[in-house]
Design a protein around this ligand. Sequence first.
Ligand SMILES: Nc1nc2c(ncn2[C@@H]2O[C@H](COP(=O)(O)OP(=O)(O)OP(=O)(O)O)[C@@H](O)[C@H]2O)c(=O)[nH]1
Ligand SMILES: [Mg+2]
Length: 315
Amino acid sequence: MPAFDLEELVAGILQGSRRHLGRAITAVEEDESAADDLLAGLPGSSNSFRIGLTGAPGVGKSTLISQLVPKLLNRGERVAVLAIDPTSPLSGGALLGDRVRLSGDLGEGAWFRSIASRGSTSGVAGCTDLAAEILARAGFGIIIIETVGVGQLEVEVGQETDQAWLLLSPESGDAIQLLKAGVLEIVDRIIVHKFDRPGADELMRWSQEAARDQETADPIAVSSHDGTGVDTVAEELLKLAQLHRGSPDPARIQARILRRIRRRAEQVWLRQGLDAAGGCARMEELASSVVRGEMTVREALDTLLTGPHDEGISR
Ligand SMILES: Nc1nc2c(ncn2[C@@H]2O[C@H](COP(=O)(O)OP(=O)(O)OP(=O)(O)O)[C@@H](O)[C@H]2O)c(=O)[nH]1
Ligand SMILES: [Mg+2]
């Protein structure tokens, strides 16, 4: 995207244009380096509070968010929601559903956007971080990040937030699996969602025990259908947001900036390294030499990493 467009986007965002904000996030989704100019042009704090809500598909993340947002708006907050589009194209329907549920008449204080992960874990983490940073500079004080599933991807995205909360529901039956996968170790709080469903009490007891083990805050029992606990969640978020603004955790912020620098550097190093080695065409050439029995994979690798392009194969 040419520089002029980025300038235009910055000017638009500074004037409060939602259309420009949307286009800026698309620009970052397409190319993370667009964020350099965008962030340079957008002054202000990165001090908004980022909360990650993660959980298995269908656990009710979007439903809970759609109930939380109006409550937070009523308390004078500006709230942005980023829903991370899982890699599978099959999820298109669910995302559309999210959009419909959340894009209602929430007014100027709320913003909703989904982010495509394009199949790369670092891609989605980087993009989420930068999109959240742009939203913070655009004046959104609370940024809710919805991620689907409980694997590597969500863990990485969870690291881009100030708090990562995990939704469990009695019907998903994934609690034990999570414990085994070590997911609870990076979760700041468990929400026992769909508390109206059978088995919720038992899941609550299990979650309380897990929270004690991990020395994290008490789980909250929530039903987005009958309203149980939704006010508690909203109050907790407001409290944490205030706390964060008053005294942000420097270690967490530094870790996030470190990841931002490293991701960008890795992209440059990869490109430079590949160019120096003769590019993808050279790798393909070496792979076909291996297939023809002219060299081993180890020799192909050595040639790629050390040899000048034109003498490698004969070595
Ligand atoms: N019983 C009950 N059902 C709920 C509750 N919250 C949401 N649901 C239902 O659960 C289903 C899934 O809700 P979503 O909010 O789309 O879940 P999600 O976690 O955002 O799903 P994905 O984005 O697809 O991962 C919907 O049919 C909701 O009506 C709840 O508190 N109790
Ligand atoms: Mg959802």
